[in-house]
Design a binder for this molecule. Structure first.
Ligand code: F6P
Length: 563
């Protein structure tokens, strides 16, 4: 047993974190700080806006508007040390099978490792295979983009439809939108995920099959939604161009060659990845093929370089100067000590519109766990509800609750110095308007507006309570010069490692997702029950609870029969 394995074992079976002196110290510290206002913290230390900041490769984090002092950070870092975070990080980066419930390594970092890196799983260096697949993807992407690869009738590919769900959809769809400005606008990407037929219908009804390429993306190649959509797409294509056209218009991305062949696709048209890549960590594997088709291999590699830069930072920077670790510790501080149930991510970039939805799977599927790695109930609340939409839209919707509601919602604000497009409203640059709001919101959330200030503004006494802002709402500000492929890679890896760090401290397995299985199994049972010609045959002998039985009968009686 290697020293990492033995220390991992110790971590796995460690007694609950709440029983440690580090937790007790944080508890005590929280009691002292809980009622301290950010106004006082800034008054006591006017330079905290300069000191409570960290930067790596141009990505800047200002965490000064959090309800913390230097002492809080020290205590949180001590907690990370207690769970041997550094060793846990090394265990991941060196290919230990830290996904214990599935017996798998967790090596998304290998997907962006330089070609001369050695990372072994079961004694085999996985890096050469990663680079082989990247090279194959690049050749294919170049062919499609240049028109060397055509449809069966010789027409150029004009639309790529990615069929996948969860990690096989959210990552590429988010990144395509984020990097739209880097994409070849003569090829359009569409993303189909939902088993609701509307999704595939809307994505294909106006397309010319002769100019359409489908990328069927599924780690397992067994996912109900993806296979249903892929079958529908194939029938649509065959209807127009005949069965011989399929190899020109379908490629697969999967870990499961057997299932790809069983589906009727040529393994030569398959791009592989491996079981040590979790679905929600797979954007930078072959699952990113649609993205590469859009932005080209060079931009894709730039994105990988951004991921890798963040990997190196995470692996080497001291915890109190480490962006992912700091975000994780601050998140845990609010989740476990202040009882915050949700965490908002608010990108002030229209191109990052899908980033919060992407993070929902990354964070909530990873840390939405209630037993620890040894199977015991966790002793503290784990992953929060993650949500958000781009600024400034949210300001005119739910920001009211963040400012004046009764719930504490820590927020990450993400913004960029440079505008993607120089657009002026006649006089003022839109980017100035956007960023003025970006800065104003974290200021308002932190400092609020006291009743005295409101009175001094001449507000009628009965309105004063309504016009007062308590403030003391914590925010992180994350800024970079511009949203580039490199920065996107940094941002995604930042949150990947944040989630890892929180999972490591909570001692949960952040890399399985058993919680999604039960619904899948029950749906399989219900599928035949919704058809007219099944066992039940409408006789009413459904064996669910009375609510589910009645709902199914109501659906059937209304004539929504699939059979
Ligand atoms: O159901 C959840 C899940 O397993 C996710 O973890 C995964 O990203 C998604 O389904 C899609 O799985 P696949 O890529 O195997 O089709």
């Amino acid at each position: 047993m290697s020293s990492i394995e033995s220390s991992l074992d110790a971590v796995l079976h460690a007694s609950p974190i709440t029983g440690t002196p580090e937790w007790a110290a944080l508890d005590k510290h929280h009691a002292e700080l809980a009622d301290v206002h950010l106004r006082s913290l800034f008054a006591q230390d006017p330079s905290r806006g300069e000191t409570l900041t960290v930067e790596t490769d141009g990505l800047y984090l200002d965490y000064s508007k959090n309800r913390v002092t230097a002492r809080t950070v020290e205590l949180l870092v001590a907690l990370a040390e207690r769970v041997r975070l550094r060793e846990q990080v090394e265990a991941m980066f060196t290919g230990e099978k830290i996904n214990t419930t599935e017996g798998r390594a967790v090596l998304h970092a290998a997907l962006r490792a330089p070609a001369d890196t050695v990372i072994e799983v079961d004694g085999v260096n996985v890096v050469p295979a990663v680079h082989e697949v990247l090279a194959r993807m690049s050749v294919f992407a170049d062919k499609v983009r240049s028109g060397v690869w055509t449809g069966s009738t010789g027409k150029h590919i004009r639309t790529v439809v990615n069929i996948g769900i969860g990690g096989s959809d959210l990552g590429p769809a988010m990144a395509y939108e984020a990097l739209l400005d880097y994409s070849d606008r003569s090829i359009q990407m569409r993303f189909v995920s939902n088993v609701d037929g509307t999704d595939i219908w809307e994505a294909t009804h106006d397309l010319d099959p002769a100019e359409t390429l489908f990328v069927v993306s599924s780690k397992t190649f067994t996912t109900l939604e993806t296979l249903a959509n892929a079958r529908t797409a194939r029938a649509w294509l065959i209807d127009a161009l005949g069965p011989d056209a399929v190899p020109f218009h379908f490629v697969a991305v999967s870990t499961n060659t057997e299932k790809v062949i069983e589906f009727g696709m040529d393994s030569a048209n398959m791009f592989e990845f491996w079981d040590w890549v979790g679905g929600r960590y797979s954007l930078d594997s072959a699952i990113g093929l649609s993205l590469m088709l859009a932005v080209g291999p060079e931009n894709f590699r730039e994105m990988l370089a951004g991921f890798h830069a963040m990997d190196v930072h995470f692996r080497t920077a001291p915890f109190d100067r480490n962006l992912p670790v700091l975000l994780a510790l601050l998140g845990l501080w609010y989740r476990d000590f202040f009882g915050a149930q949700t965490h908002a991510v608010l990108p002030y970039s229209h191109y990052l519109g899908r980033f919060p939805a992407y993070l929902q799977q990354l964070d909530m599927e990873s840390n939405g766990k209630s037993v620890d790695r040894a199977g015991r109930p966790v002793s503290v609340p784990t992953g929060p509800v993650v949500w958000g939409t781009p600024g400034t839209n949210g300001q005119h919707a739910y920001f009211q609750l963040i400012h004046q509601g009764t719930t504490l919602i820590p927020c990450d604000f993400i913004g960029f110095v440079a505008a993607d497009h120089e657009v002026r409203d006649g006089g003022t640059d839109h980017h100035v308007l956007l960023m003025a709001n970006f800065f104003a919101q974290t200021e308002a959330l932190a400092f609020g507006r006291t009743a005295e200030q409101v009175v001094a503004e001449g507000v009628a006494p009965e309105l004063v309570p309504h016009r007062t802002f308590a403030g003391n709402h914590p925010t992180n500000t994350i800024m970079a010069d511009r949203l580039t492929p490199f920065v996107l890679g940094q941002l995604v890896a930042l949150y990947e490692h944040k989630v890892f760090t929180q999972g490591a401290i909570w001692n949960v397995n952040s890399f399985d997702q058993w919680g999604v299985e039960l619904g899948k199994v029950l749906a399989q049972r219900i599928i035949p029950e919704l058809s007219a010609d099944t066992v039940d045959g409408g006789s009413g002998k459904l064996a669910h609870d009375s609510s589910t039985n009645t709902l199914i009968r109501r659906f059937r009686e209304a004539g929504h029969l699939s059979g």
